[in-house]
Ligand binder design. Structure first.
Ligand SMILES: Cc1cc2nc3c(=O)[nH]c(=O)nc-3n(C[C@H](O)[C@H](O)[C@H](O)COP(=O)(O)OP(=O)(O)OC[C@H]3O[C@@H](n4cnc5c(N)ncnc54)[C@H](O)[C@@H]3O)c2cc1C
Length: 388
């Protein structure tokens, strides 16, 4: 569908992206869609799926060659993955957290010793990762994090709880944002660190797997830390300055959500086009009604605007010029477009749109959260309004 929406050549997409798209399309048809109901029941894809992504090189696209990857810069392949998943109304479990959110932290802040330990498993799918910022009492206000890590000899002792952690129930390694020094009254942001926590450590436990209205094939879990000993060599970057790392990396996370959102909108349009062409009402193809054509035209217009904005942000990201405000604009706009477009495309399905075996119903349920996680729409507006 993304191709069908294109008014002009999309800048920066090459034959390599087209070949990759064909491979992912086959993967979705042959290895995801037939098993998706089982994944949803289990709340996550099987581990073998991540290893399969590892075999196909998907987990290492942006990993430098010296660490076993392909060394590609930028998120265009990730855009293709999102577009192809959305065409079938599926998600690849917690893949995006692993490759789009955790990886940039590792590549920017981990030292060579940490990368040598982590990267082989990261690229093969043996070591799946998650990132834990949110706590029961602290979501948008990251500086209010209460999970503590107290230095004791050559380790930190970690105590606290996290919630809403994508992929948390299955992760082997979690980047845990915690307080290593008390908040400075003059600067609440100082004193936060990111620890690389091995989930086999004594004292680490997974709490409830949260029951959600969407994203059924992606687990969202509570995590508990009770006197978990984390060796000092597992501090990511320097201690106490983790807030700065989050500020630096959140734009990329938001761009990843934005591209997933326009892709979902594009996927919804494709589903609605196919459905309305096949469905007959009052003796006429549903697609022949002027209302159907107008609704789809409006949806395409909004989605193309979203895609164009994302394409511009992909360029800025590749040039290292994507600002917090740019990413906030992209996430705010694309997620709002996704909400409107998916809703209208569901309406065109009539009652079948409400039945979960139809992919449009899954796209609808999955869409709601994109205006919440990775920074709510309201928080994004505060960022945009502060931009010069
Ligand atoms: C499915 C799912 C997956 C997630 N995955 C992860 C993950 O992998 N890792 C992780 O760390 N977190 C994750 N989250 C958590 C997510 O990032 C938070 O839910 C989000 O940041 C909002 O925090 P909160 O839920 O505490 O809401 P709150 O911060 O309590 O916000 C409640 C309301 O207040 C509004 N609000 C907050 N601040 C302001 C303000 N300054 N001005 C105006 N309004 C404001 C918000 O916009 C919202 O409407 C996930 C959440 C979900 C639902």
């Amino acid at each position: 569908m993304a191709e069908a929406l294109r008014l002009a050549e999309r800048p920066g997409f090459t034959d390599a992206h087209h070949d990759f798209r064909a491979m992912i399309r086959r993967l979705v048809e042959e290895e995801v869609a037939p098993h998706y109901a089982t994944w949803e029941e289990a709340g996550a894809p099987p581990r073998s799926f991540y290893r399969r992504l590892g075999e196909l090189g998907v987990l290492g696209i942006e990993v430098p060659e010296r660490w076993g990857g392909s060394g590609v810069e930028g998120m265009r392949f990730s855009a293709v993955l999102s577009e192809e998943a959305s065409r079938r109304g599926v998600v690849f479990g917690a893949l995006r957290v692993h490759t789009d959110i955790v990886l940039p932290y590792l590549l920017r802040y981990a030292d060579d010793e940490q990368l040598a330990r982590i990267m082989p498993g990261f690229v093969s799918g043996e070591t799946m990762t998650a990132i834990a910022m949110t706590e029961p009492d602290t979501g948008s206000d990251v500086a209010g994090i209460r999970t503590t890590a107290r230095r004791d000899g050559d380790s930190y002792v970690l105590n606290g709880a996290k919630t809403f952690i994508t992929g948390g129930a299955h992760a082997d390694l979690v980047l845990v944002v915690c307080r290593t020094s008390p908040p400075d009254p003059a600067d609440k942001r100082h004193g936060l660190s990111i620890l690389l926590v091995d989930t086999t450590s004594p004292g680490f436990s997974v709490g409830r797997r949260l029951k959600k209205i969407g994203l059924q094939a992606q687990d969202t879990a509570e995590l508990h830390f009770e006197d978990v000993r984390v060796p000092v060599e597992n501090v990511l970057g320097a201690p106490d300055v983790g807030f700065g790392y989050l500020t630096h990396n959140l734009p990329k996370e938001r761009l990843s959500i934005a591209l997933g959102s326009y892709a979902a909108a594009a996927g919804a349009i494709e589903l609605a086009r196919d459905y309305t062409a096949a469905r007959r009402v009052f003796g006429t193809a549903l697609s022949d009604f002027q209302n159907t054509k107008f609704v789809l035209a409006e949806c395409r217009t909004e989605t193309l605007a979203a895609q164009t904005l994302v394409d511009r942000c992909l360029e800025l990201d590749e040039q290292g010029r994507l600002t917090a405000a740019d990413a906030a604009v992209a996430k705010l706009f694309c997620t709002e477009v996704q909400g409107r477009v998916v809703d209208r495309c569901l309406q065109l399905h009539g009652g079948y749109g409400y039945v979960t075996e139809y992919p449009i119903a899954r796209l609808y349920a999955d869409a709601r959260v994109t205006r919440i996680y990775g920074g709510t729409s309201e928080v994004l507006k505060t960022i945009i309004s502060k931009a010069p």
